[in-house]
Design a binder for this molecule. Sequence first.
Ligand SMILES: Cc1cc2nc3c(=O)[nH]c(=O)nc-3n(C[C@H](O)[C@H](O)[C@H](O)COP(=O)(O)OP(=O)(O)OC[C@H]3O[C@@H](n4cnc5c(N)ncnc54)[C@H](O)[C@@H]3O)c2cc1C
Length: 398
Amino acid sequence: MRIAIIGAGPGGLYTAALVKRLRPGCEIDVWEANAPDETFGFGVVFSEGALGGIEAADPRLFARLAAECAQWSRIDVHHRGRTMRNGGYRFSAIGRRVLLSMLRTRCEELGVTIRYGTRAPEAALLAGAYDLVVAADGVNSSTREAHREKFGTERGERGSRYLWLGTDRTFTALTFAVADTEFGSMHAHAYPYAPGLSTFIVEVDDHVREAAGFTGQGSDTRGGGRADGGPADVDRIAGIFADVLEGHRLRTNRSRWGRFSDVRNRCWSHGNIVLLGDSAHTTHFSIGSGTRLAMEDGLALALAVDRHGAAPEALTAYEAERRPDVESMQRTARISQEWFEELDQYTDLGMEAFNAHLITRSGRLTQDDLPPRPPDQVELIRDRFAEADRRLRGTAAR
Ligand SMILES: Cc1cc2nc3c(=O)[nH]c(=O)nc-3n(C[C@H](O)[C@H](O)[C@H](O)COP(=O)(O)OP(=O)(O)OC[C@H]3O[C@@H](n4cnc5c(N)ncnc54)[C@H](O)[C@@H]3O)c2cc1C
């Protein structure tokens, strides 16, 4: 079987590694437009459940990830000079660059060919030369856009503008901070992902952004557009959030003012081309789950391909397995996004009430809490991959 994968983000690389673990004889070619260490963003959050899936599918990758992940157990809400601490959670996070580098190493160990700095040929061309084409090419997927009628794509940009920044302050919790300014309220989501490094995402309404004179034109964060989260905006943001940053610096990495891009597709495959990760669906970053969803898509697709090969049944099984979880997360994310869009309604509540509203905004208690996989499902995954390992050892011994 020959598989072409467009995009070496977390979704594409994890899919490649898992298919290769289950079907070592499969030939897998991955194309990535960027160079290996060139990527956007800072750290990404994982829930406990997400790491459990990785542990069952690839213990070696899991051990490396677990060793690098920052972990914490609190959500702190910071508002008008007061901080409320909410305990009892379990979060992990890792730098996006470190995650991609680990996935790349895993792919290389398993014999996946990755062509960096090379845009993939058109999916329609690949579809003739490969048994399966996986479009893991992100939120701006050109594969999806080329066949949007077949996929039934709906894409809308809505809500506030955000800027994905980092800081050298090591936060000790997932922290939500609201700043009252003369232009209106602004808020930030921050969390640690490595010693001396935290993600810091700022969101502002259009009218606040205009009043503040932030220069962004609001291109999608990963589309071209102006690199307009420039030093002046960033320095002013650092000043506005100086109390939560405790004097630490803010950093940029291809940081642009953007709007969340809501992507949904009526159908995730067309012929032998299949959408995976952000090309198929997005969830607002306030529930921090896009990377986890992309990787879980990869696991489901690998299992389906192991069972059905590249036959249409594999793509039907993959979508049937993933769509309910994805749509559930999209519903939660939509509620969370709307809560933040209506933040001004809550800022005058007392601190306790404000905190309670924020923490329970999506009707779920934590920000990324699909129930963990049932233990029997985890066992099934573990068995499938362990069986593949045994087969491989048997072949090598012969
Ligand atoms: C502000 C912000 C904060 C976020 N925070 C979190 C978080 O805390 N936790 C979390 O889990 N998720 C978070 N996410 C979401 C997360 O970044 C995405 O969901 C995740 O990266 C999706 O992975 P992917 O592999 O589907 O796509 P991507 O990571 O976008 O990878 C797609 C890859 O395809 C490549 N590509 C595109 N077209 C081509 C082509 N034609 N040829 C070759 N290569 C191509 C791109 O260069 C890219 O490397 C956040 C997103 C944003 C915007």
